[in-house]
Design a protein around this ligand. Structure first.
Ligand SMILES: C[S@@+](CC[C@H](N)C(=O)[O-])C[C@H]1O[C@@H](n2cnc3c(N)ncnc32)[C@H](O)[C@@H]1O
Length: 251
């Protein structure tokens, strides 16, 4: 098995707070619509890079049985124990399941964390063999035309609630040759209850992709393209579209 470290070791505790404005319910309905359209009668879903389980918990409420896998034990620990929900701490690149799933998802840029071609190849190969015939692989990635045209810049996020004051500074370093962006996150946390400060840093290496690149690797592994569109809006991807969603059918 490939040895890859989790980038979310320290920030996992604050992940749900940082992304509290994400509408996980609407995102789950968006995925559910693809499932109803292309693979009705799906009962069992696998989510790759499930993180703190925000989609898993919504999919469970929609009536699916769900399994989530993630390389970060700290992220998985944030998920409450729920009936019908199975979790495993493992690398999605190497994951081989003993049962087949009708649908496999990787949501909120998880595939952009897989930034070398051998790992990507292995991810598609294993995902294909973990899917039933006609099963769906649904994922979103950072989209090269948008990354090149918008260009990542320094961003500051501030959160202030009854427990914490959090400042997160994201500083990107763009590698134009290899389609990579290294994002250095610096966190400043003030815990109001303990009256204590903490500072830590994390590096996230992100790969962006064109549609033709993703399509070439998917076709090589015997997937058939059903959808490429802007995440949630369904618009045709443009140089303003940071996240593009792909739906592929196995076979
Ligand atoms: C941006 S978070 C998305 C989490 C979740 N899908 C969501 O929508 O909130 C990316 C997740 O992918 C996981 N991840 C990145 N590389 C991975 C790998 N090779 N194997 C398993 N999980 C991975 C990280 O640990 C993290 O939980």
């Amino acid at each position: 098995m490939r040895n890859k470290k989790s980038q979310f070791k320290k920030s996992s505790e604050f992940y749900n707070l940082i992304y509290k404005n994400k509408d996980s319910y609407s995102e789950a309905i968006y995925i559910d619509n693809f499932i109803k359209r292309f693979k009705p009668n799906t009962d069992h879903i696998l989510e790759l890079g499930c993180g703190t389980g925000r989609h898993l918990q919504e999919m469970l409420k929609l009536g699916y049985k769900v399994k989530g896998i993630d390389i970060s034990a700290e992220m998985l620990q944030m998920i409450p124990k729920l009936e019908g929900l199975e979790l495993e701490c493992t690398n999605i690149v190497d994951f081989q399941s003993d049962k087949k799933f009708n649908v496999i998802t990787a949501l909120f840029h998880v595939v952009s964390y897989i930034n070398d071609i051998d790992s990507l190849d292995s991810l598609f190969c294993n995902t294909k063999s973990n899917l039933s015939d006609g099963g769906l692989f649904i994922f979103d990635v950072w989209f090269t035309p948008a990354v090149m045209s918008i260009e990542p810049s320094i961003r500051v996020l501030e959160i202030n609630n009854e427990n914490y004051e959090i400042t997160r500074i994201a500083t990107p370093k763009i590698d134009y040759i290899n389609n990579l962006v290294e994002v250095n996150y610096k966190f400043f946390i003030f815990d109001k209850n303990l009256n204590s400060n903490e500072t830590f840093e994390e590096k996230h290496l992100m790969r962006h992709f064109s549609i033709t690149e993703i399509d070439a690797i998917a076709k090589k592994h015997g997937f058939q393209n059903l959808v490429n569109e802007e995440w949630l809006t369904g618009k045709f991807p443009s140089n303003k579209t940071w996240g593009v969603v792909f739906v592929y059918k196995n076979g």
